[in-house]
Design a protein around this ligand. Structure first.
Ligand code: F6R
Length: 234
């Protein structure tokens, strides 16, 4: 793992964008994308850049089950708002949250990734070390699968919904094995809330208790963190 400590998200995003630019200078790319706050500045800089994604493909990590693409809490909506409204890809794949047939979604998504091996995957980390929706104890071999959200995640999400019944109980997520197939991974984490997870991921043992620790075994990972997220590193 190559660890780069940056002053702020602006600088972190510049490094990530330069890596994306390098891939695009050779060929159209296949980019694995994450949602959440950590990659937002990357998407803002990409949106404002002159980079052309019209022959490239994007493949998102995850989506809630049961949310329509135009639901403001769906990851389809997030990606539209933060990137796709500004940058059109040849194809943008996000798991189909409206398909209740998990097996079908899993098979289709794995096939998409097989057909379009990911050149560069952007990853964030949860405070418990999760990557994608892969919570602690998820197998390192896991492929795209349906995840039952934990009660704490469901409760935390409730504030974004008018009605408790609307809060998603499940999500579809690339598995850890799927993520590990990406040729290159650009990991971003900022702020003190991520310090413990980043420390466990880098300094701790490779264990399913900390899903992100699997990245120690990937041949091409760049870890971009600010001083706060790196505060507990040895
Ligand atoms: C999002 C995803 C999640 C987030 C993680 C960090 O697609 O897969 O694993 O990357 O929860 O979220 P933020 O960046 O909001 O702290």
């Amino acid at each position: 793992m190559k660890i780069i400590t940056v002053e702020d998200q602006l600088q972190g995003a510049q490094i990530a964008v330069a890596k994306i630019k390098k891939i695009l200078s050779h060929k159209p790319g296949v980019f694995g994308l994450a949602t959440g706050s950590s990659p937002l500045e990357i998407y803002r800089q990409l949106s404002q850049s002159k980079l052309d994604f019209s022959n490239s493909i994007s493949i998102n990590l995850d989506e809630y089950v049961g949310l329509a693409p135009n639901h403001p809490q769906s990851y389809h909506y997030f990606m539209k708002q933060n990137l796709f409204n500004n940058k059109q890809f040849l194809h943008s794949y996000i798991p189909d949250g409206l398909n209740p047939n998990a097996q079908e979604v899993e098979n289709e998504y794995e096939q998409i990734i097989k057909d379009h091996p990911i050149d560069l995957q952007i990853l964030g980390i949860g405070q418990n070390g999760h990557i994608g929706f892969n919570e602690p104890l998820t197998s390192f071999d896991s492929r795209t699968h349906q995840v039952a959200l934990t009660k704490s995640t469901i409760d935390a999400n409730a504030r974004f919904f008018d009605n408790a019944d609307e809060v998603p109980k499940y999500a579809y997520s690339m598995g850890i094995g799927t993520i590990m197939k990406a040729k290159e991974i650009v990991f971003v984490a900022y702020g003190e809330k991520k310090a413990k997870a980043v420390h466990q991921m880098i300094d701790g043992p490779v264990t399913i208790d900390v899903p992100a620790s699997v990245l120690q075994t990937h041949p091409n990972v760049t870890v971009i963190i600010d001083h706060k997220a790196g505060a507990l590193l040895k």
